[in-house]
Write a protein that binds this ligand. Structure first.
Ligand SMILES: Cc1cc2nc3c(=O)[nH]c(=O)nc-3n(C[C@H](O)[C@H](O)[C@H](O)COP(=O)(O)OP(=O)(O)OC[C@H]3O[C@@H](n4cnc5c(N)ncnc54)[C@H](O)[C@@H]3O)c2cc1C
Ligand SMILES: Cc1cc2nc3c(=O)[nH]c(=O)nc-3n(C[C@H](O)[C@H](O)[C@H](O)COP(=O)(O)O)c2cc1C
Ligand code: SF4
Length: 642
């Protein structure tokens, strides 16, 4: 088979080491640290990325010293060498280079993760209300030495590369930023002065590790703020840094773009890389990061010359085996990332790493590698009912384990509820996911898909399965508590029955995620949309994803009215109460988005129609894609043990 991605799979030599391709697995903090020691979960997670084919696999951020943490402190102590050694070995045994990301949070450290006073370029009380002290030259010496100590520690543990964070508003970027850095000494003011301390750190690390380690930086290509650090500044800084470093990864500042949700364009930092390259100042390989969602896009970027390599974060969380699948031409099997932010949204202190589309990622140590599924002990005749994300994951997993699988879907297409996004161009990643779901089951000879087939107790009985998985999805909750609710449609009608969207003036009752996103979708089609919410909008929606939704709300001019207690839907529109007053919100069409409930009716009817009958996904409990996919996967793993 010919190589579909010749640029992506072209080897590269960096400081005498061979990168088997141009793919770097970006750093991810797992929040799997116990009393300063990373847990075994890190080992499995990193091994998966290496086994999946990336050339460099990064361990997520390791703060170099107390006072520099914004995530749980990781102790770089001799008693932890063995776990670091295990991480490096797990990566290298699969032919990748092991890299450690070294960070110092500076003014953005979190007091509860540190015992020492937080320090940064200036003395100040930060936006987070934290007192930060300006660094003296002695402090800078200490930090530079801490970086060198950390790199040496990693080298001894077997790591091939240190990735030093000079972006994302952490300490070294705080010095580079003309906005943040307000110093008047030789470390502030001109770019030359602002670069002085970051360059000192890089020099110190290089002097310590010599030729034994690749050094790279994770560099924000822009601050994305008027008057802030620019791509031209980045090019200048890299041109000086390359005396000490071997490779640069271009990321960005600005949190909406650092962790870009589906509302941010793909390859969001490409223009910065392009500009940096165009200066001709950068002689070392430049890797580009930021919503590069597929090998096709990566190949196109490399071919254009905008970058020499690609760094993927969430694409490899969603599917660590993406490089090897791309290499093998198994493109339709690559699980796309939704850029839904489930893996990272929420407060750092309670972060619980789960991926919507990949139930194994970050849990490999307990659940194994998804692509290493073993055949079942006993082969079964399996019936999966419902062709949404949960049913498809169950059917495909059961097929991979060698069962004889049949998937029934009552509609004429696969995909389930997420097909709502098919025409919603604000959700390009969900559109990719639907395409993936539509094709995937057809790749298995032992999986028969029957569309237009609605399961009934009689049909199920007649089929005679050994094991049934019910994945029939949820049911929208009707807004029966609102007078005249039958004059309104339910939110999925916006997508599945577009003919019910009459007129230009649309009101949506319910400001949860589905109501607000549907509002943004309709507004993107030119409708005037008002969302009425009894409490506050977007409850429970994670910070970074919420920012993305609000970007769309603002861009398309959706009106969100909170604390609006809806009383009645009339022919004129919606009457709601606010501050004791009744208000008429005129509307041509009204839709309600007040939730989804589980739908276990079929399950209850057929629970005795096979020795084993499972229920998963929204059918069991209304939730999200993540629960449906994990439910399908683990249910299928349990088939055939008895
Ligand atoms: C407007 C909206 C937006 C959403 N956006 C997101 C989002 O951005 N991210 C996210 O994580 N989640 C989102 N969700 C939730 C997500 O869609 C569901 O959690 C997910 O689709 C559940 O998957 P499932 O496989 O359990 O069920 P479904 O996707 O509902 O699939 C069930 C399938 O079963 C079929 N079926 C039903 N009965 C039978 C039968 N008797 N015989 C045969 N087939 C049958 C149905 O036709 C359907 O295809 C959204 C939901 C809504 C309503
Ligand atoms: C779960 C998760 C953890 C992350 N942890 C880190 C980290 O430890 N250090 C870091 O520099 N960036 C971290 N990031 C940011 C990513 O490395 C990357 O910059 C970001 O996901 C954008 O790349 P992508 O669009 O390819 O996902 C994390 C991102 C995610 C999703
Ligand atoms: S949780 Fe969502 S954003 Fe994170 S990797 Fe998975 S699909 Fe992508």
């Amino acid at each position: 088979m010919s190589n579909l991605y010749p640029h992506l799979f072209e080897p590269l030599t960096v400081r005498g080491r061979t990168l088997r391709n141009r793919i770097m697995s970006a750093p991810n903090m797992l929040f799997q640290v116990y009393k300063g020691r990373p847990t075994d979960y890190y080992v499995g997670y990193l091994e998966h990325k290496a086994k999946g084919g990336a050339a460099i696999v990064n361990l997520g951020e390791v703060p170099v010293m107390d006072g520099g943490s914004h995530t749980p402190i990781i102790d770089l102590l001799p008693e932890n060498w063995n776990i670091f050694g295990e991480m490096a070995a797990a990566i290298k045994q699969h032919g990748a280079l092991a890299s450690i990301e070294l960070t110092h949070a500076g003014r953005r450290g979190r007091p509860w993760y540190n015992t020492k006073q937080l320090k940064g370029p200036n003395t100040e009380i930060t936006e987070a209300g934290v007192y930060v002290e300006s660094m003296t030259e002695a402090d800078m010496e200490e930090v530079a030495t801490a970086y060198a100590d950390a790199a040496e520690f990693a080298l001894k543990a077997g790591f091939d590369m240190s990735l030093i964070h000079t972006g994302h508003s952490w300490m070294l970027f705080q010095f580079l930023s003309p906005i943040v850095n307000k110093r008047t000494d030789k470390y502030g003011g001109s770019l030359e002065n602002r670069m002085r301390f970051p360059l000192m750190v890089l020099k110190r690390v290089r002097e310590r590790v010599g030729n034994k380690m690749i050094l790279a930086i994770r560099q924000s290509g822009s601050e994305r703020v008027e008057g802030g650090f620019t791509p031209a500044d980045a090019a200048e800084f890299i041109s000086k840094a390359q005396e000490y470093i071997d490779l640069v990864e271009i990321t960005t500042d600005g949190w909406v773009y650092c962790m870009p949700s589906t509302y941010v364009p793909w390859a969001t930092n490409r223009a910065f890389a392009h500009e940096i390259k165009q200066t001709g100042k950068v002689k070392i390989p430049l890797f580009l990061l930021g919503s590069i969602v597929s090998p096709e896009l990566a190949e196109e970027i490399l071919e254009s010359g905008d970058a020499d390599g690609i760094s993927f974060s969430r694409a490899l969380i969603a599917d660590p085996a993406m490089p090897n699948k791309a290499r093998a031409g198994r493109i339709d099997e690559i699980t796309p990332c939704l850029r839904c932010m489930r893996c990272t949204d929420g407060d750092n202190a309670t972060r619980f790493f789960r991926c919507s589309v990949n139930p194994c990622t970050a849990h490999e140590t307990r659940v194994g590698f998804m692509e290493d599924i073993t055949p079942a002990k006993y082969k079964k005749k399996v019936l999966v009912i419902g062709g949404g994300p949960g049913g498809i994951k169950a059917a495909v997993t059961a097929a991979e384990r060698g069962h004889d699988v049949t998937l029934w879907e009552k509609k004429d297409v696969l995909g389930g509820t997420v097909r709502y996004a098919v025409n919603d161009d604000l959700k390009p990643d969900m559109q990719r996911y639907v395409k993936y779901l539509e094709k995937l089951p057809y790749r298995y000879d032992n999986l028969t898909v029957k569309l237009n087939t609605e399961a009934t107790p009689e049909l199920v009985e007649e089929f005679g399965a050994d094991h049934i998985i019910v994945a029939t999805g949820g049911k929208p909750i009707a807004a029966t508590f609102i007078k005249g609710y039958e004059k309104a449609g339910e939110i999925l009608d916006v997508y599945f029955k577009p003919e019910t969207v009459k007129g230009d003036n649309i009101t949506i009752i319910g400001g949860g995620l589905s109501g607000v996103e549907a509002g943004a979708y309709l507004a993107s089609l030119g409708k005037k949309v008002t969302v009425l919410e009894k409490f506050t909008c977007l409850p429970g929606v994670g910070t970074t994803y919420g920012w993305g939704v609000m970007m769309a709300v603002q861009k398309y001019g959706v009106t969100l009215i909170e604390h609006a207690d809806v009383q009645e839907v009339t022919d004129e529109g919606v009457i709601y109460e606010m501050n004791g007053e009744k208000v008429l919100q005129k509307a041509d069409s009204v839709f309600y988005a007040v939730g989804v409930r589980s739908n276990n009716e079929l399950f209850c009817q057929i629970a005795d129609k096979a020795p084993f009958v499972d229920i998963i996904g929204d059918a069991a409990q209304s939730a999200r894609i993540g629960e449906a996919v994990a439910g399908g996967y683990f249910a299928a793993l349990d088939i055939g043990s008895f």
